[in-house]
Design a binder for this molecule. Structure first.
Ligand code: ZN
Length: 443
């Protein structure tokens, strides 16, 4: 996919600085800098080679008909930011640039006045004074130009806050960037001025069609799966083998502490994607990174409703750049094997006993609770079921009257129960001990 960018070197009319020779800007954004950890390389690597930025061109310097003080844009004033993009685009157009030939624009200022990106364009800059982390760092540009491809900030599972996936460029503020291998300038505190990475996660890649699905192990969707998958580092399409796995709703990727990911520990990362946002899924111990032995799973014994879903890291072989992940899923079934020893409060025994006694079984939070016929809760459940069974093909009038009747019954049953003596009928008592032996069933 050809996505050339127009790079517009831009000045306000009260600051005539040109902090770097033109070649430097060309090295950062165009094929003049291929192999120097630039943006052409970055987006090629982050898209499994699908994004081709080789047509990118640098234009300018252009001097706006505006002074620095005329610029009012900020995170709180996005309209002001759009204004600057428009000023720069208008200026470039008047100078003969056909912006229609380009995927999007990067406005490069001769100062670090602002840094942002969106579908409408990117603004960045650097005054060349080496005083702080540069807006021309590939780490920042990866995120801002990522916005220019429609990507949103990434998050950690359970978070509603952006920038919370430290291993993804779309959270680059969370900091897993590495010093630039070529531009090694340091700021007054000894910190790198230019940084690269981290990479783009597999879920974000997939969301924009940038994940090479011919290199992704894909869930066959069968009821029972028990397999091992070997993964290469996500962005190493030069190596043979799978670069990611898609299992259920999860994207599973191997990342290593090299290249763009130099500050990412060798680990497996799991993501899912929902409503335009990628979420980093922690392992069952709450760790962001999956190491050998870590995983996520549902309990094997809860297979009445289908379960045994698991993702587990078997090994991470850094020397050979390969990680092995086992993936499993069991079909929905009532297990046939009964345990020989206690404890016996296991879901399948409850299920079988309840069925033989004609009781109701409710699965709540993964635990089967049985409700005897004699319990008033049973009558309430019958009415809940009545609501559940009114289906969309019924007339709205009929659905409403079913619902009303059920609700009235539930209210009446609840009221009766409130005035009844306590402990009239236990809800769960499934195991009796007879002569030293536990019995199952309705004897
Ligand atoms: Zn951003």
């Amino acid at each position: 996919m050809q996505t050339p960018w127009a790079i517009l070197l831009t000045k306000f009319n009260d600051n005539n600085d040109e902090p770097f020779p033109r070649l430097r800007y060309e090295e950062i954004f165009t094929t003049a800098g291929t192999g120097k950890w630039n943006m052409v390389d970055y987006f090629s690597d982050m898209s499994h080679g699908k994004l081709d930025l080789s047509g990118t061109q640098v234009f300018g310097w252009y001097t706006l008909d505006k002074a620095t003080a005329d610029y009012t844009g900020s995170g709180l004033n996005p309209a002001g930011r759009d204004e600057l993009l428009q000023w720069a685009k208008d200026k470039a157009t008047s100078e003969g640039v056909n912006l229609g030939d380009f995927h999007n624009v990067v406005v490069v200022l001769n100062s670090g006045r602002d840094l942002f990106g969106g579908l409408n364009g990117i603004v960045c800059g650097d005054d060349g004074a080496n005083s702080a982390l540069s807006g021309l760092s590939p780490s920042f540009l990866g995120q801002e130009m990522g916005h220019g491809y429609g990507l949103n900030h990434s998050r950690r599972e359970g978070s509603t806050v952006d920038y919370t996936d430290p291993f993804d460029v779309m959270s680059v503020d969370a900091g897993r960037s590495a010093p630039h291998p070529i531009y090694t300038d340091l700021d007054p505190f000894g910190q790198p001025v230019y940084e690269i990475g981290p990479g783009l996660n597999a879920a974000n890649m997939w969301s924009k069609g940038l994940l090479d699905m011919t290199r992704v192990w894909t869930d066959p969707g069968s009821a029972r799966i028990s397999t091992s998958v070997q993964l290469r580092p996500l962005h190493r399409r030069d190596l043979p083998g799978y670069l990611a796995a898609r299992f259920g709703e999860y994207f599973i990727e191997f990342r290593m502490n090299t290249g763009w990911d130099a500050r990412v520990p060798a680990c497996i990362l799991v993501h899912r994607f929902e409503k335009g946002i990628s979420y980093l899924v922690p392992d069952e111990d709450g760790n962001d990174t999956f190491r050998a032995g870590s995983g996520i799973s549902t309990p094997e014994n809860l297979s009445v409703l289908g379960s045994g879903f698991s993702i587990r890291v078997k090994s991470i072989d850094v020397a050979n750049e390969v990680a092995t992940v086992s993936l499993g899923r069991a079909p929905a079934q009532i297990p046939k094997v009964f345990p020989q020893e206690g404890p016996f409060q296991t879901p399948w025994i409850k299920w079988l006993e309840a069925a033989s006694l004609g009781e109701a079984v409710v699965i709540l939070n993964g635990t089967a609770v049985s409700i005897p016929r004699s319990s008033p809760a049973y009558g309430i459940l019958e009415n809940v079921a009545m609501i559940g069974s009114s289906h969309p093909l019924m007339s709205e009038r009929l659905q409403i009257s079913i619902r009303e009747e059920a609700m009235t019954n539930i209210a009446r049953l609840s009221q009766t129960e409130m005035s009844a003596p306590l402990f009239r009928s236990p809800t769960t008592s499934l195991h009796r001990k007879t002569g030293g032996r536990w019995e199952n069933g309705s004897s």
